[in-house]
Design a protein around this ligand. Structure first.
Ligand SMILES: C[S@@+](CC[C@H](N)C(=O)[O-])C[C@H]1O[C@@H](n2cnc3c(N)ncnc32)[C@H](O)[C@@H]1O
Length: 214
């Protein structure tokens, strides 16, 4: 069956199985590639501190832990219950869970409803998740991201570029969907053989301009 026409529970089952067999299926805690990529992402964030962050597809929580240290509040979500348990344990053990709320959510349908302006996200991080979406699902995620981004907020995308069986969209296509989106301005594009890192904001000013330096 074409993965894009698979029911959601079959797609979730793939991740549940992965996490059941290994607490760190992509070895994000151990590999230098992952540690370096995380450091690049964190160093690229336009703001030193953020208020409210949203990290769907948080996996086993390694990036969540780092985000929790830069943000007042983090909503960390994943379609896999196994992943959420691992993330909760990781943050609990590191003492980094006080400002993190975990939620069982599948994109795009469970994207949080923004009830008041104050609930908007200052930071949205989509790391190694958006290529698992079908094209129409990605379109909804782009719309949700724009609608729920607080003024001056940042949307961060970071994705592996090589082909693999579960991929529904190329990384270039995923990032291009945000690049062409109305009201978003690119703050950063970092390209390597292995991955693309991109940051967009609804504020067109550069980091130095935001500080009033230029
Ligand atoms: C490759 S891992 C990435 C984990 C983490 N973001 C990182 O960068 O290390 C992908 C994660 O996205 C989750 N995921 C995949 N499709 C999803 C969807 N449609 N909605 C929510 N989570 C999803 C998986 O369960 C898995 O934990």
């Amino acid at each position: 069956m074409n993965p894009s026409s698979m029911p959601d529970d079959q797609r979730s089952a793939y991740f549940e199985q992965l996490y059941r067999h290994a607490a760190d299926p992509w070895q994000v805690r151990r590999r230098w590639y992952e540690e370096r990529k995380r450091a690049l992402l964190l160093a690229s964030l336009p703001q030193q501190r953020y208020g409210h962050a949203y990290e769907p597809g948080c996996g086993n929580g390694e990036l969540t832990l780092a985000l929790a240290r830069r943000c007042e509040r983090v909503l960390a979500a994943d379609a896999s219950l196994e992943a959420l348990q691992l993330a909760q344990r990781r943050l609990g053990e590191a003492g980094g869970d006080v400002n993190v709320r975990f939620a069982h959510q599948r994109l795009p349908q469970d994207w949080p409803r923004i009830l008041q302006g104050s609930d908007k996200f200052d930071l949205i991080v989509l790391s190694e998740i958006a290529y698992y979406l079908a094209p129409e699902e990605l379109a909804r995620v782009v719309e949700h991201s724009i609608a729920s981004l607080a003024p001056g907020g940042s949307i961060v995308l970071c994705h592996w570029r090589a082909p693999f069986a579960q991929r529904l969209l190329s990384t270039v296509r995923v990032h291009a969907a945000f690049q062409g989106a109305p009201g978003l301005h690119r703050v950063l594009r970092h390209e390597e053989t292995d991955f693309l890192l991109g940051i967009w904001s609804n504020d067109a000013r550069s980091v130095a301009q935001r500080e009033g330096f230029t």
